[in-house]
Ligand binder design. Structure first.
Ligand code: SAM
Length: 247
């Protein structure tokens, strides 16, 4: 069953407009009586029947609420330094499938790509669209939010004032691995920071340490940025979330 997300709250009768309505009516050639799943801003999900088409909008009537549970019990943020090419599109798609809640694209010393003002917003919109599509495909109850591109140090300074356990994946870390970090942490809010292809600068690692942020190893091999991001998210969801089934 097709899934759409609305920025409103579910109620008995709703009307779908915009790209979703266009896709359902013109591409999927939906008919009156067809059922679709609708998820709202609070993660509530319902099964609706199509009751009518008016212009470019579709009228729906609630059949029943769906008690689904596709959201992880932990709130995970992926803070990803901008990788080259379209890797952040892949990372965003996999982050969504892995139940991540927030994706923060970061600019750090060794980021090769730099976007100007206009391109920055266009990129954020593109990544959000990818997250939305992946959320529909994998049956998320809530869509991840892709935030605006932010300088690494600004984001680090901000996140340490929140009630979030932050780990910075660093290939030269020899003391603590991500597994140990996760076993030691309590709480339900986790942020993981991944560098660009060129890694973090020493200055960035020192800066993070000065804020009390823990750097963690993902093991003895040097992973590509996209591999590190996907592996770290999977490890977090396996250790603290619902990947591999809930206990
Ligand atoms: N400076 C690295 C080198 O020597 O080639 C390249 C950085 S790696 C390609 C990109 C990012 O993936 C790193 O900044 C780090 O966040 C993460 N990463 C890769 N391998 C890792 C590992 N074994 N432990 C922790 N983080 C790792």
């Amino acid at each position: 069953m097709r899934r759409v997300f609305i920025a409103d709250l579910l109620k008995k009768n709703i009307t779908i407009t915009g790209a979703d309505a266009h896709h359902l009516s013109r591409v999927m050639r939906s008919k009156i009586g067809d059922h679709i799943v609708v998820a709202d801003d609070e993660g509530k999900v319902g099964e609706y029947a199509i009751t009518g088409f008016t212009g470019d909008s579709i009228d729906l009537e609630l059949i029943d609420y769906i008690a689904e549970n596709t959201e992880s019990p932990v709130d995970v943020t992926l803070a990803q330094c901008l990788p080259k090419g379209d890797k952040l599109e892949l990372i965003t798609q996999k982050a969504t499938e892995l139940g991540i809640n927030t994706i923060v694209p970061l600019v750090s010393d060794n980021c090769v790509v730099r976007y100007d003002g206009k391109k920055t917003k266009a990129k954020q919109d593109k990544w959000q669209k990818i997250a939305n599509e992946a959320g529909k495909q994998c049956g998320r109850s809530r869509l991840p939010v892709v935030e605006a591109i932010t300088p690494l140090k600004d984001w680090l300074q901000d996140i340490v004032n929140q009630n979030t356990a932050v780990c910075m994946c660093y290939e030269n870390e020899e003391q603590i691995g991500i597994k140990e970090f996760l076993c030691q942490m309590t709480g339900k809010e986790i942020a993981v920071v991944i560098g660009p292809e060129g890694g973090f600068s020493l200055d960035e690692i020192e800066f993070a340490k000065s804020l009390g942020i823990t750097s963690v190893s993902l093991g003895n091999r040097i992973l590509r940025a996209e591999t590190a991001a996907i592996a770290a998210m999977a490890i977090i969801q396996y250790e603290k979330g619902d990947l591999g089934g809930r206990l």
